[in-house]
Design a protein around this ligand. Structure first.
Ligand SMILES: Cc1ncc(COP(=O)(O)O)c(C=O)c1O
Length: 392
């Protein structure tokens, strides 16, 4: 029989199936504990889910305005004031989008001309290169070095060319767990200003920092009008299935986001926008509890990986810990993850999947799972001889 025709266009063909779908399917097939994909086992705060449920019953259930419900846009503005001390115009600078991923795609589709360069920092979240490709842009890659993954001017300058329009950053960072410090933000600021770039700042893990708090580039006067922040309710509130996100940007950049959003998505689930507004209005203690809970799970997994001899890199934020398996002589992180899944029963993600050239790197474990799930994974990893049995 002849092969079926390929309908996927040339731009999207290189992306295939995401590593998360691949690993999650393999984990299910082999009964492995899935520390691969970054979604929590527990649903977010009950009052938030209740507010959304009440809105489904009582309404509104029809299209929200393109920019999002005013109540959510005002809640985002209040959140930016509370967490970042930044004043934001809820009408002209906030747009409700279909998760941070939707916001990223809207930004690329609204900003880029064909062939424009977009600098991505490796390892990246895999939706970024796909969004650039969909928008007809061209990816350029800045590659900080493991295990510190620090950003500086040298790393950034190596990626830029004179057709670059955009730099994408993500802090707290998936998968490294890095939270940029002020010296790194200084480097980003001078780079963006000198090369006249737009900065797209993915802040989905903004509430999940364990040492120093997240500081948005919107706080910086020279970046205030050059930055599009994308964020969402998903990670901070353990509600990844809602896909309610937002962008915050100066009116000119907001126009670019809305220009594409009106024809891609137009409007995201109205009652969930009401729930999201409730989430952003929760008292500070709710965020402290969330952070404390995640920090405890982080420590549990870090200790377990350390005891198993897997060289964890302690993350400053996010849901993820990297294990620096290169120190064990592992040169193929994908094959290592495959054996870990099949032979030990624990699924993790190889970071080579987040590099344009597939270079091997540490492997990523998610700790946003129930404690008994983490304990079982740690038990499997820590059994005598387990890790030694996987070494080359
Ligand atoms: C860095 C980063 N950005 C965005 C997302 C997705 O956000 P959302 O579900 O709001 O689209 C993820 C999810 O893993 C992520 O890790």
């Amino acid at each position: 029989m002849s092969d079926p025709p390929v309908h996927v266009n040339r731009r999207m063909r290189p992306f295939g199936t995401s590593i998360f779908a691949e690993v999650s399917a393999a984990a299910a097939a082999h009964g492995a504990i899935n520390l691969g994909q970054g979604f929590p086992d527990d649903d977010g705060p009950e009052p938030v889910r209740r507010a959304a449920a009440d809105a489904v019953v009582a309404g509104p259930n029809q299209y929200a305005p393109l920019a999002g419900l005013p109540v959510l846009r005002r809640a985002v503005a209040a959140w930016m004031r509370r967490t970042q001390a930044v004043d934001v115009d809820a009408d002209r600078e906030v747009t409700v989008v279909a998760g941070a991923t939707g916001g990223m795609a809207d930004a690329m589709l609204g900003l880029l001309e064909p062939g424009d360069g977009v600098i991505l920092i490796e390892p990246w979240y895999d939706a970024y290169p796909a969004a650039v490709a969909m928008a007809g842009g061209r990816c350029r890659f800045a590659t900080p070095v493991a295990p510190d993954y620090r950003i500086d001017r040298t790393v950034l300058e190596a990626a830029v060319d004179d057709r670059c329009r955009v730099l994408v950053v993500n802090s707290p960072h998936n998968p490294t767990g890095r939270v940029f410090d002020e010296a790194e933000w200084d480097a980003i600021e001078s780079f963006v200003v000198e090369h006249d770039l737009v900065l797209v700042s993915d802040e989905v893990y903004e509430a999940l920092t364990y040492d120093a708090p997240h500081r948005s580039p919107l706080r910086r006067p020279r970046l205030r009008d050059r930055t599009i922040v994308v964020s969402s309710i998903g990670k901070s509130f353990s509600l990844t299935g809602w896909k309610i996100g937002w962008t915050v940007a100066s009116p000119g950049l907001t126009e670019a986001v809305r220009a594409s959003h009106q024809f891609t998505i137009f409007s995201v689930a109205t009652p969930l926008q009401i729930g999201a507004a409730t989430a952003l209005g929760l008292p500070d203690e709710a965020f402290e509890d969330l952070r404390r809970d995640h920090r405890e799970r982080r420590d549990l997994l870090v200790e377990g990986l350390d005891a198993a001899g897997l060289h964890p890199i302690v993350p400053e934020g996010t849901y993820f810990v990297l294990a620096d398996v290169g120190r064990l002589g592992i040169t193929d992180d994908r094959a290592f993850c495959d054996r870990l899944l099949r032979e030990v029963g624990v699924a993790a993600i190889p970071t080579s999947a987040f590099h344009h050239d597939g270079r091997p790197g540490p492997v990523r474990f998610a700790f946003c799972k129930r404690r008994e799930v983490l304990a079982e994974a740690i038990d499997r990893l820590g059994r005598p001889g387990t890790v030694a049995g996987l070494l080359p």
